[in-house]
Design a binder for this molecule. Structure first.
Ligand code: PLP
Length: 347
């Protein structure tokens, strides 16, 4: 740290992204990327004159992408804003609404970081013993609420009715639902936007649409909230998405068949793996995501992580008191999951 850093950033604990290893022999199951390539329509969309157009600034409204997203979600275009990854939209949301903010004590690691930089009063609400969100703890709060559904890194989802209860019991607070993993079996609350003006939904194309490297997220909400977020963006970086990502994202929304096929494959692979791990004595939390959170039998989370690592399988272990017994395993292809199975005999 230099002596020039402004005081509010001193001692900041940044988010730690999962490792992006150079070693291509590694089976990479640590950052919840899709094992499948983007839709062929995405690849086609990028190979056009758009490459030559890179000499021009991108559209600050990201119109092609917003149009395709509005059609997919069946909302008006002024209810959608595109972000450079959903992380950027989460950051804008914390800037706009994070003065007083509530979220679960085990959740996406970025919330704590954004809360620290952009917020004033951050309250983390404990999960229950089974690492589930206690819905009633979120009724009648006095600040913004943010919940990842399914939650990370547990993979456990609340139902649409449970989320609706939280929204309707917080009429004077904005409730932000981060649906990064919703396409793998949970229920989206986008359909509630017509009924509640205090709901903001954030989704990403990084996981279920195989576009982690393109950095595309969308915020879906009522048009005043979207206007707030756009005002922040225009005060920060008007050209937040690049041209290639816009056309890629638009094509990904249009290719619904491919998207659904990939999600179905991942869900099937997940459910088969869960059965086998449970049979081997693992405790696996009920996942509606493209990862599972599992506690190995007779070995610590850290030891299991190391053992997989020695065998060229990279998963994620969080060295935090409440979850240190678990590892998070991204659902890859069936062949990749067989590599996990092969390690079961040595437990
Ligand atoms: C991966 C993830 C994101 C971030 O996604 P990007 O769009 O790639 O920035 C946001 N929220 C949760 C809970 C995630 O797991």
């Amino acid at each position: 740290m230099s002596r020039f850093l402004k005081s509010s950033f001193q001692g900041i604990e940044p988010y730690t992204p999962g490792e992006q290893p150079k070693n291509s022999k590694l089976i990479k199951l640590n950052t919840n990327e899709s094992p499948y390539p983007p839709s062929p329509m995405v690849i086609e969309a990028i190979h056009t004159e758009e490459l030559e157009n890179l000499k021009l600034y991108s559209d600050p409204e990201a119109k092609v992408l917003v149009e395709a997203a509005a059609e997919y979600y069946n909302v008006d275009e002024d209810q959608i804003m595109a972000g450079n990854g959903s992380d950027e939209l989460l950051a804008f949301s914390f800037m706009a609404y994070g003065e007083k903010i509530y979220f679960p004590n085990v959740s996406y690691g970025f919330y704590k970081v954004y809360g620290r930089i952009f917020g004033e009063k951050v309250t983390m609400i404990p999960l229950d013993k089974g690492l589930k969100i206690k819905v009633k703890d979120y009724y009648n709060l006095d600040g913004t609420v943010i919940i990842a559904n399914p939650n990370a890194p547990t993979g456990i989802a609340l139902t649409k009715d449970e989320i609706e209860q939280i929204i309707s019991c917080n009429k004077n607070n904005l409730v932000i639902i981060d649906e990064a993993y919703v396409d793998f079996g949970a229920e989206s609350v986008v359909c509630l936007l017509g009924q509640y003006d205090n709901l903001l939904v954030i989704q990403t194309l990084s996981k279920s649409r195989s576009l982690a490297g393109a950095r595309i997220g969308v915020a879906i909400g009522n048009k005043e909230v979207i206007r707030d977020l756009k005002n922040i963006k225009y005060s920060f970086n008007p050209y937040n998405l690049n041209r290639l990502s816009m056309v890629a994202g638009a094509a990904a929304f249009k290719d619904k068949d491919y998207f659904e096929k990939c999600c179905d494959k991942i869900k099937d692979t997940r459910d088969r793996l869960v059965k086998d791990l449970e049979f081997a004595g693992f405790e696996v939390l009920p996942s509606k995501a493209n990862f599972i959170f599992a506690k190995p039998p007779g070995i610590s989370g850290e030891e299991y992580f190391q053992q997989l690592r020695k065998n060229n399988i990279l998963v994620r272990h969080f060295n935090e008191p409440l979850i240190k017994d678990y590892v998070r395993i991204t659902i890859g292809t069936d062949e990749e999951m067989n590599a996990i199975r092969e390690q079961l005999s040595v437990l």
